[in-house]
Design a protein around this ligand. Structure first.
Ligand code: AMP
Length: 540
């Protein structure tokens, strides 16, 4: 027997229409390249999203076509999120920090039709434009007055385009399972892979992560996503803030600058902010150096990489409570978040901190398990570590346009590539990683690509790259090299050889020479042994 309730679709449009009616006057504040402090309301934002939807419909696109963004966190990017998805197209957020060849690969693979870009990325697109096979035109996210001179073809000014449009638009009724947004992850080997979110998965993630023990948003909160909007929809907060009626503060281009963040937090009375550890480290260092404070900031959500204890304690000193979260691009992204159980609050400091440093408890809607090498499930005893697998309605089933790409295992679980232990109270702790990548400042570095580049040096017999802890970037690559017999290369020469072959920020922090590199029984480099060998390595 079926239930007899209405099956109204769960769509991003429903969040927009709700916020437009209920939280019409709630403010959105942005720092942009052309305005140090732009202010308007949800009502004004959605009116402009409707103008944008009229522009998009005039471009002759088909439903589901991908429209890319290359932009920092600000109000125009917010309008694109809602306008593109609401009109039935797919908002494809591209990470502008990627190597240009990767951006071209991603845009071609996604078959992006148009790119909406910040002024800052116009030079990048000028270099790339001949490599972009499907892009029909570029829209620069600025006003006519600040439109740059450019060699880009079919280029338009965003403000001029939407100014001519009516702000009336009838949002189409969409199937909740239709795609709304796309984000590529380079968190595994090979080419970046596209994760295609649906309206339904996005709304369910929004509802679950808004719960009080998760991000816990309310009208009256002022939320600042420092996590980029090109990185998994700014952890969904662009949607959950609208659904909760929380005031949004977008930090614009200078997101990693402690001084800028502190000023914005204080001037706009931000009480909740979200970002990777490197960002909060910059904030704490700035506050210490300047003798400053951020009295309004009550909570931060830290994720994307392991949070060092010193950072948690550093934030405590400034009265900021850090909640560690864990997730992935493939998980929309949140899977766990650390909020203590009431009884844990009473524990002695060291025990309490040990709980707080874990990646947290599972969020309702996601299931997780840890398994050993044979696939047998391991107990939640806090002692056994195993491969972490998840499933749920906002977990990726398969990658976008990738043959044989079922992301999930035959029994329906998704293997995260992380290794974890889960304690009897359900608190998960990442203990290692099986995927061969390094996360530096919240962004991925492919160790294999760095190794391949290093192996091109004539004096290198074998090269391996591992991530080692770094005080600022959480992790940085270390290049381990076996010299070819009879040669005496210097580390400077090998690192210099990599310049131009890989992105500058991928170049390892250091190069060390060893007699041999450990291998597994199947002949692969044993990264685990290598990581153990260099566990105490510190940058000289
Ligand atoms: P991404 O898809 O770029 O968001 O990266 C997801 C990956 O970042 C995870 O699979 C983990 O390897 C890592 N990660 C995310 N959150 C944490 C955390 N709290 N602690 C350790 N690693 C994390």
């Amino acid at each position: 027997m079926l239930g007899q309730m209405m099956d109204d679709p769960l769509t991003i449009t429903s969040i927009m229409e709700f916020a437009d009616r209920v939280f019409r006057d709630t403010e959105i504040v942005s720092v942009t390249a052309d305005n140090p402090r732009h202010r308007y309301t949800f009502g004004a934002a959605f009116a402009r999203a409707r103008r944008l939807a009229n522009v998009l419909d005039g471009l002759g696109l088909a439903r589901g076509d991908r429209i890319a963004t290359l932009a920092w966190n600000d109000y125009r990017h917010f309008e694109l999120y809602y306008g593109i998805s609401g009109a039935g197209y797919v908002c494809h957020t591209i990470n502008p920090r990627l190597f240009p060849e990767q951006i071209a690969y991603i845009a071609n693979h996604a078959e992006d039709q148009w790119i909406f870009t910040d002024v800052a990325f116009v030079p990048l697109l000028e270099k790339l434009q001949d490599a972009l096979k499907t892009v029909k035109g570029i829209v620069v996210l600025t006003s006519q007055a600040t439109m740059p001179a450019t060699t880009l073809k079919n280029v338009h000014c965003y403000e001029a385009l939407i100014a001519d449009q009516p702000d009336r638009y009838d949002w189409p009724l969409l199937n909740e399972n239709s795609a709304c947004s796309l984000c590529y992850t380079s968190g595994t080997t090979g080419h970046p892979k596209g994760v295609l979110y649906s309206h339904r998965s996005t709304v369910l993630h929004c509802l679950a992560t808004s719960m009080r023990d998760v991000i816990g948003l309310a009208a009256g909160d002022t939320v600042m996503p420092v996590v980029p909007m090109f990185h998994v929809n700014a952890w969904g907060v662009v949607y959950s803030a609208a659904a909760a009626g929380a005031r949004l503060v977008f930090p614009g281009p200078k997101m990693g600058d402690g001084e800028t963040l502190a000023r914005l937090i204080n001037e706009e009375a931000v009480d909740l902010a979200l970002g990777v550890p490197t960002v909060w480290l910059a904030l704490v260092n700035h506050l210490r150096a300047s003798g400053g404070a951020v009295p309004s900031l009550k909570r931060v959500v830290i994720g994307g990489a392991a949070c060092p204890e010193a950072l948690l304690r550093g934030l405590d000193q400034f009265g900021v409570y850090a909640h560690i979260g864990w997730g992935m691009t493939e998980m929309s992204p949140l899977g766990t978040l650390n909020t203590l159980m009431p009884w844990m609050e009473e524990l002695p400091d060291a025990e309490k901190t040990a709980y707080r440093l874990k990646a947290g408890r599972l969020i309702y809607g996601v299931q997780m398990r840890i398994v050993d090498a044979s696939g047998a499930e391991l107990p939640w005893d806090g002692k056994h570590s195993g491969q972490l697998q998840v499933r749920g309605p906002w977990i990726c089933k398969s990658y976008y346009r990738l043959d044989n790409s079922d992301a999930h295992l035959p029994d329906g679980w998704f293997d995260t590539g992380d290794v974890a232990a889960i304690d009897p109270h359900g608190y998960m702790q990442i203990t290692d990683r099986t995927k061969d990548v390094i996360k530096s400042g919240g962004e991925w570095i492919s160790s294999i690509e760095v190794e391949n580049a290093a192996m091109g040096h004539p004096d290198v017999l074998e090269a391996a790259v591992i991530g080692v802890p770094h005080p600022k970037w959480t992790e940085r690559p270390l290049l381990v090299v076996v010299k070819r017999p009879g040669t005496e290369p210097t580390k400077e020469a090998i690192l210099a050889f990599l310049k131009g072959k890989i992105a500058t920020w991928w170049i390892p922090e250091d190069c060390v020479f060893v007699e041999f590199i450990p291998h597994t029984a199947t002949g692969k480099v044993s990264k685990k042994d290598l990581r153990d060998q260099f566990r105490d390595y510190s940058y000289g």
